[in-house]
Design a protein around this ligand. Structure first.
Ligand code: F6R
Length: 599
């Protein structure tokens, strides 16, 4: 959600900014822009739509060694060229890009900017106009800090000043931003992926810090002007991880990577005895809790629902799973000794972070399960478990979901072993079986393409039904389908259909049913019969050992607690092919952002 790039050095800034923005495309956006400085002044190029549309309006003859870039995901004001960043102050002296939301922008307009004519509907323009107002009586740095002290909300900012052409002014609060360090240049980026081709050294920024970035210097201050010393860290990113290679889409590549991710997770968590182990502090925190509260959004929330089953069954601790966007405003009565577990691929999701901040203020302990080391949710929690899934670029989450379920299984079984609540459960072996099963499914792609063609060519809706753990996977299958193919899809508990929703079943309504659980195999099949009797076009995906004649696909058998790791793969692939055959932009679905950094 929104991306920022910046460059100051000896090479042509334009191309570096544009390439960086292309690497940030995965975050989701609806307009893009860059601003560069040279001896003729500031040149701004921006356009609604894709970066390719913006590239088309960039004047190739302009060369410059300093600049900032932005991809915007609209929050204040429609997606349009006028609302696209960079924005300029009234006189044109300051040019600024911003991610985040300024909550008190209306108050600031009334208090300080009544005499200023605004050129956009954005909250961002308030920031740049304020800096100009204050800079009339003070140095830019001071005016910048004074402005930042007035802002309520989230921001990552990069700003140019025509009177300081050797500087990019940078600031961060809640929204992610890094400064990259090179031989004779510095870069600014929302994440390391944007600039990994030119540097792997990055300085992490904390909330309410500013950085005065020059070609060969980057000085960090807090908003009181005190100097902060922080060394760069080495970003461990492989450039090939963020390339599609021969794949047509990142989503397909990431689906295919899932067996490998399972093996990487086993490797990362295996101890000298060959068992899967987690940090002893995390185990103690888990064992000391009388209740676990899992907080997450979207796909990560769906992984959390599976995690509840794993933790309750393997570790014997009661678990509640909550949507972050609800939890913050409607907190349930908490138990005496809660432990909070945040699940977030990006580690930057604003809804989850808002809850984390609140529970930390209340004095509770928190564990973050994330794919991104050093992400905000990881830094601010007491403990972190990493997913080791490699960068996930497609907006629709696939490998992060299965990695989350696998890491939750490790968390549950390691806690269970420590508490002696778990009988024989050789998780290394079971996850190895899962990885092999995943490989078989990924090698059977054509089958799922045929299913997408058979069930979803002209569908206006689709139901995913299941019972017990299959119901949670159905929720994830429905989310995958709707977010990339735009088919209205619903995940439903099989037994609940007859309490209302079955009214929607008509001749040929696609109903995809999962049957991987022995205990409910009979009852989910009875639910399928109910919808079949009303004309539904049924597709049963069952598990080896539970299959009956007429099942559309039989999954290789895995441990019954780990079935989501394999049953989700056909659903990911069906969604992928349904979207592909409808001509949808699979990796960048409309209206969505990869990293949702506004509440
Ligand atoms: C769907 C998807 C989203 C994310 C959600 C939370 O495919 O990716 O539903 O799961 O926005 O994001 P994270 O996990 O980064 O907190």
């Amino acid at each position: 959600m929104c991306g920022i790039t910046g460059y100051i050095g000896t090479n042509d800034a334009k191309e570096i900014l544009l390439k960086g923005l292309e690497k940030l495309e995965y975050r989701g956006y609806d307009s893009a822009g860059i601003a560069v400085f040279n001896q003729d002044g500031v040149h701004i190029f921006k356009e609604k739509g894709r970066i390719a549309d913006m590239r088309a309006v960039v004047d190739g003859t302009v060369t410059a060694k300093v600049g900032i870039g932005h991809t915007r995901w609209a929050t204040h004001g429609a997606p349009s060229k006028g609302n696209a960043h960079p924005h300029q102050s009234a006189s044109g002296r300051f040019t600024l890009v911003h991610n985040g939301v300024i909550e008190n922008e209306s108050e600031l307009r009334v208090e300080y900017l009544q005499d200023v004519k605004f050129n956009s509907d954005t909250d961002t323009e308030v920031i740049v106009q304020l800096v100009e107002k204050f800079a009339k009586d003070m140095e830019t740095e001071e005016a910048f800090m004074k402005t930042l002290r007035l802002l309520n909300g989230s921001y990552a900012i990069a700003m140019l000043d025509t009177e300081a052409t050797d500087t990019i002014f940078v600031a961060k609060n809640k929204s992610p931003l890094l400064v990259g360090v090179g031989e004779d240049f510095h870069v600014v980026a929302s994440d390391a992926m944007a600039m990994i081709e030119i540097t792997d050294q990055f300085i992490e920024l904390m909330d309410k810090e500013i950085v005065i970035v020059k070609k060969d210097q980057a000085d960090i201050y807090n908003l009181q002007g005190e100097v902060i010393i922080r060394e760069p860290y080495h970003a461990e990113l492989d450039v090939t991880d963020i390339e599609k290679g021969t794949y047509p889409h990142f989503m397909l590549k990431e689906i295919d990577e899932q067996p490998l991710v399972m093996r990487k997770i086993i490797q990362a968590y295996q101890n000298a005895d060959g068992n899967l182990e987690i940090d002893s502090d995390i185990k103690h925190a888990m064992a000391a809790a009388d209740r676990i509260y899992i907080v997450a959004c979207g796909t990560s929330y769906h992984a959390g629902l599976v995690g509840k089953q794993l933790i309750e069954k393997l570790a014997g601790i009661p678990v509640e799973v909550h949507l972050a966007s609800e939890f913050g405003y409607n907190m349930p009565l908490l138990s005496a000794k809660p432990l909070f577990v945040f699940i977030s691929q990006s580690g930057e999701t604003a809804d989850s972070r808002a809850v984390l901040v609140k529970v930390k203020e209340m004095g509770y302990r928190a564990l973050t399960i994330t794919n991104v080391p050093g992400s905000t949710l990881s830094r601010e929690a007491d403990y972190t478990l990493l997913l080791h899934a490699g960068p996930e670029i497609a907006v629709a989450s696939t490998k992060a979901y299965t990695a989350q379920v696998a890491v939750l299984a490790i968390l549950a079984s390691a806690t269970g072993s420590a508490k002696d609540t778990i009988a024989e459960f050789d998780l290394v072996k079971e996850l190895g079986i899962v990885a092999n099963a995943m490989e078989i499914l990924c090698d059977t792609k054509e089958e799922f393409e045929l299913m997408a063609i058979e069930y979803l060519p002209a569908a206006i809706n689709c139901f995913f039904i299941g019972r017990s753990i299959d119901y949670f996977v159905g929720l994830e299958g429905a989310l995958k389908l709707k977010e990339i193919s735009y088919i209205q899809a619903e995940g439903f508990a099989g037994g609940e259909l007859k309490h209302g929703t079955i009214a929607l079943i008509e001749e040929q309504t696609p109903v995809i049913a999962l049957a991987t659980q022995a205990r409910v195999n009979g009852s989910i099949r009875a639910n399928v019969k109910e919808v079949a009797a009303r004309g539904a076009n049924n597709c049963i995906i069952s598990m080896k050992g539970l299959e009956t004649e007429g099942d559309r696909f039989v999954l290789p058998a895995v441990h019954e607690l780990l079935t989501p790791l394999v049953s989700v793969i056909p659903l990911q692939l069906i969604a992928y092919y349904a979207a592909l055959h409808r001509g949808c932009d699979v990796d960048k679905p409309r209206n969505l952002a990869k990293s949702v950094t506004v509440e």
